[in-house]
Ligand binder design. Structure first.
Ligand SMILES: [Zn+2]
Ligand SMILES: [Zn+2]
Length: 334
């Protein structure tokens, strides 16, 4: 039931579907991997509203087909960053014996229901997101209007709503949506996005329990156990995965499928286009899944992973056309 990190309407899908690239297949570990030159390092910084806007504008100039969808998500991400500055959570806490068991067994540190949420700041953001959706006039607009009105009339119990989402309690979440007479996907989108600042902050506080000298090397998030939404190459050619739920980032080896932990070069490939050297789609023959990868070393602008995820939808469409499946839920409505 957990919401798709990205909910893409037919309208947005059509906008980017025409954006085609000439892709070629490259097998990992073979000659093709030499294409990346070393460039000046680009550090991934903590997102700020101004940087998000600047980055979104730079992408819109490069790929105008993304203007409408980026206008929308830029507002959502900016609102989240602004809310983050006013969000306070109870920092993650774990007993020493639990930490060592989890590290030994490779269990994620926390279950989602243990994440602490700033309900007050989240509900303000919830209201803001409803307004953004409504003004954007997209497929969720009418649902957002109903949800906004329900909130104004004090019909939403936020503790109950957030608990249903974090406990992955399908039935309760469905009941809440039915009671509010609204679309559950739109409600899930708004709910998840309103707690995202708390989730990232909690994950950040939890990461102090991870052993820096013992690389995680797993395909699921060491903090919450969810799958990665995007992969990045950073300074020194190090590869990182970013969690689709709490947005924690961890390092893994380059030759590795996060979804089935395949490390065999002959069944790992990537799709690459000369026209967009900063991106590639890593695919695995064993599990048939793919993950998009951003080489931050050859991007001079600020890299904000949620924005990169949106601005590369054409790669998701292409991977799908080639028969590969997204490693995380991806709602590409047709
Ligand atoms: Zn996570
Ligand atoms: Zn795989």
């Amino acid at each position: 039931m957990l919401p798709s990190p990205l909910y893409v309407s037919a309208e947005y899908r059509l906008l980017v579907a025409g954006y085609k690239l000439r892709l070629c297949f490259i097998t990992l570990g073979h000659k093709g991997t030499g294409i990346f030159k070393e460039y000046e390092m680009t550090e991934i910084l903590i997102g700020t509203p101004d940087r998000i806007k600047k980055t979104a504008n730079a992408i819109k100039k490069l790929r105008p087909a993304y203007s409408k969808i980026l206008d929308f998500y830029e507002k959502i991400f900016t609102a989240q960053e602004k809310a983050a500055a006013k969000t306070e959570i109870k920092p993650a806490q774990l007993a020493d014996d639990i930490i060592s068991i989890k590290a030994k067994e490779k269990f994620p540190l926390f279950s989602l229901s243990e994440f602490s949420i700033d309900v007050n700041s989240s509900r303000k953001l919830f209201k803001k997101i409803c307004k953004i959706i409504n003004k954007s006039e997209n497929h969720m607009s009418s649902a957002a209007e109903v949800i906004f009105a329900a909130n104004e009339n004090k019909k939403i119990d936020f503790n109950e709503l957030y608990a249903a989402l974090l406990h992955d309690d399908n039935a309760s979440f469905g009941n809440i949506a039915a009671k509010l007479k609204t679309d559950r996907d739109a409600l899930a989108f708004i709910t998840y996005n309103s707690i995202k600042p708390s989730l990232s902050m909690f994950a950040e506080s939890a990461s102090k329990y991870l052993d820096k000298d013992d690389p995680w090397e797993k395909g699921y998030c060491p903090v919450c156990g969810n799958a990665p939404v995007i992969s990045t190459f950073e300074s020194d050619g190090k590869r990182f995965l970013t969690c689709c739920f709490c947005w924690h980032k961890w390092t893994v080896t380059r030759l590795f499928c996060p979804f089935c932990e395949n490390k065999e070069s002959k069944s790992l490939h990537y799709l690459f286009s000369e026209d967009e050297k900063e991106y590639r789609i890593d695919v695995c023959d064993r599990c048939n899944k793919y993950i998009k990868n951003v080489d931050t070393r050859i991007i001079s602008r600020f890299v904000y992973p949620p924005l990169e995820q949106i601005a590369t939808l054409h790669l998701d469409i292409m991977a799908k056309e080639k028969g590969f499946e997204s490693g995380v839920p991806l709602e590409l409505q047709v």
